[in-house]
Design a protein around this ligand. Structure first.
Ligand code: NAP
Ligand code: ZN
Ligand code: ZN
Length: 348
């Protein structure tokens, strides 16, 4: 069915209106009228082909939340009128070792990501959430706790799970000192989650204007990362640091803050390689890792955790046509702390 969307037609053109074709719901599909879609920095990297893998036209958006409008005849977990959400993954092989252990994002047969990825059904590419509807297999559709504000819950589908998953894997908890680098969409959720998990939480930011917000969001301490003396005061003291920075920056400065056997986990995806001085890993023995979103079951666990703890994102609601301006502001780190598109505005 023809569906209104917003697309980038090339790496250098602004996003604009575009009509896509969504499939009619198959027996296990859920059709969702999209109410809100978060704006992730990955949308910007992708729209501008900064990772060198974009096919155009590209309809970004993987923080998708809406209302179920139709269901296929075999759907059991959703009914028309339910609030439902779709994140970064819309399909996978469902049988490989990764899929069987709930790590669909690392599917050995190849996960299908929500946009710009080969779509088994259409034969073209997948189209993301900057659109009025999406059709998704119920196995990849998430339930949203009813006590969460839907606009503020939408960014949990990427910013939420991408920070929740590594904090869980590397054991953020009471008695641990956890750093979060960058207070953007991911970072502000990292701070909220690390605090909710009971860790002593330290925010590293380049923006002096974010100190008060960092503390309000749950940081016990805020360090301006350009202040060498303040950084040195934390040398060798962290159990875990989660790095959410989207641009070139010095990883070595954070490796130096880790204890023996502690880990720097990178989730930010700057397009350029980032130099690492290996001595920072050798002495004392430290780990450098990465993490990519999270599997479907853990995404549901994260949503339920947010429902139980009343956690949602701090957002600025925008109209669809403001998306290009929002990208420019995101590049200036001028967003508190996630733009969310009110999708009703796509109708004009
Ligand atoms: P964002 O909202 O733009 O936040 C990025 C933050 O990084 C900024 O707010 C800023 O924080 C800091 N920063 C920006 N430029 C910097 C620089 N030159 N030096 C130091 N700090 C800088 O972006 P986001 O949506 O949170 O995404 C962050 C990154 O994660 C992107 O690269 C995105 O593609 C990636 N990502 C990865 C995954 C995954 O699964 N691994 C998932 C989603 C997104 P301060 O103002 O506090 O310094
Ligand atoms: Zn994202
Ligand atoms: Zn698989």
């Amino acid at each position: 069915m023809p569906t209104r969307a917003y697309a980038a037609q090339s790496a250098t053109t602004p996003l604009g209106p575009f009509t896509i074709e969504r499939r009619e719901p198959l027996p296990r599909d859920v059709e969702i009228d999209i109410l809100f879609c978060g704006v992730c920095h990955s949308d910007l990297h992708f729209a501008r082909n900064e990772w060198g893998m974009t096919a155009y036209p590209l309809v970004p958006g993987h923080e998708i939340l809406g209302r179920v409008s139709r269901i296929g005849r075999e759907v059991t977990r959703f009914k028309v009128g339910d609030t439902a959400a779709v994140g970064c993954i819309v399909d996978s092989c469902r049988s490989c070792a990764s899929c069987r252990s709930g790590l669909e994002q690392f599917c050995l047969g190849g996960a299908v990501f929500s946009y710009g990825w080969p779509d088994k059904h259409s034969g073209g590419m997948t189209f993301g959430g900057y659109s009025e509807k999406i059709v998704c297999d119920e196995a990849f559709t998430l339930k949203v706790p009813t006590n969460l504000d839907p606009a503020r819950a939408a960014p949990l589908l990427c910013a939420g799970i991408t920070t929740y998953s590594p904090l869980r894997k590397w054991g953020a908890a009471a008695g641990k000192k956890v750093g979060v680098v960058g207070l953007g969409g991911l970072g502000h959720m990292g701070v909220k989650f690390a605090h909710a998990m009971g860790a002593h939480t330290v925010l590293f930011t380049t923006s002096e204007g974010k100190i008060a917000d960092g503390k309000r969001l749950g940081a016990d301490e805020v360090v301006i990362s350009r202040d060498a003396q303040a950084m040195a005061g934390h040398a060798g003291s962290f159990d875990l640091i989660l790095d959410t920075v989207s641009a070139d920056h010095d990883l070595n400065a954070y490796l130096a803050l880790l204890k023996l056997d502690a880990t720097l986990v990178v989730v930010g995806a700057p397009p350029n390689p980032q130099p690492v001085n290996l001595f920072g890993l050798l002495m004392p023995r430290r780990n450098l890792s990465g993490s990519l979103i999270g599997g479907i079951a853990q995404t549901q666990e994260m949503l339920d955790f947010c429902g139980q703890h009343g956690i949602a994102c701090d957002i600025e609601l925008i109209r669809m046509r403001q998306i290009n301006e929002a990208y420019e502001r995101m590049l200036r780190s001028d967003v508190k702390y996630r733009f969310v598109i009110d999708m009703a505005s796509i109708k004009g």
